[in-house]
Design a protein around this ligand. Structure first.
Ligand code: UDP
Length: 237
């Protein structure tokens, strides 16, 4: 597989074309951003942690019936994936209150929700990824009704499987964000990544934060925490 020109550079990853139009290569970076890019830094080794961890989790989810973009890990930081067009939606699922939810609704962090909440944000950095609902998505034609239903159905299944997976390695899944893409034939599949950058994970015993909040909130031991999460995932995966 030949790595050709870069088609996209995001905050945490670069995406390259290949000599097969159905395949891209993603290359994970150590760059870290928070608060819509206001806070910038580096987390040494993060690119490799997120790549390897996302790949283990995507393979686990495939076995549970979720189609994903994962094809093959090429190196510590690079993975061959199915070429998709990313839907301009961030799907967030919350099991426990935290972060922007706690702020927005005035609820203390750490309250177990009576049922999971699914939220959508419109993926648009300039606008700061505003919260949107099903009507916004359909009226603005960001996805069709069928695509929206599929995205929601997959997201709840992903939540059930991730919650169980993480609990078995002593981590509580507080919330997470996923993104979906559309293959050339129109099929919707899970894309982007699932990692400590995109999930809130609290130690099941101590409630210690084991995710990007260590960077966002300057809690220290950022690199060590990412490595610890990966090593638990690797033991299980
Ligand atoms: N999240 C993400 N990318 C984003 C926004 C949120 O991966 O652009 C993840 C975040 O890590 C957390 C969950 O989605 O696990 C919910 O984040 P929240 O809406 O609370 O926003 P934050 O507090 O991170 O601003």
């Amino acid at each position: 597989m030949k790595k050709l020109g870069m088609i996209y550079e995001g905050k945490a990853k670069k995406v390259f074309k290949t000599d097969d139009e159905n395949l891209f290569i993603v290359d994970y970076k150590d760059d870290a951003t928070a608060f819509n890019g206001l806070k910038k830094g580096q987390i040494s080794g993060k690119g490799a942690v997120n790549n390897v961890m996302a790949n283990i989790i995507f393979q686990m989810l495939e076995k549970k019936g979720i189609p994903t973009h994962f094809v093959e890990q090429l190196s510590e930081r690079e993975t061959l994936v199915t070429a998709v067009k990313i839907l301009p939606l961030e799907v967030i699922i919350r099991n426990v209150t935290a972060g922007s939810f706690s702020k927005r609704y005035g609820v203390e962090e750490g309250r177990v929700l009576a049922r999971p909440i699914l939220e959508f944000s419109y993926k648009n950095d300039e606008l700061g990824d505003p919260l949107i609902n099903d009507d916004h998505i359909l009226a603005l034609e960001l996805a069709t009704e069928e695509e929206l239903e599929e995205v929601k159905r997959y997201s709840y299944i992903i939540n059930d499987n991730l919650k169980e997976f993480f609990l078995e390695i002593g981590l509580k899944l507080v919330d997470f964000k996923v993104e979906f893409g559309k293959q050339m034939d129109g099929k919707i599949i899970l894309a982007d990544e699932i990692s400590p950058d995109t999930c809130r994970l609290w130690d099941a015993v101590t409630n210690e934060k084991m995710d990007k909040d260590r960077f966002r909130r300057d809690l220290g031991n950022v690199e060590e925490t990412y490595q610890e999460v990966l090593s638990r995932v690797q033991k299980k995966g």
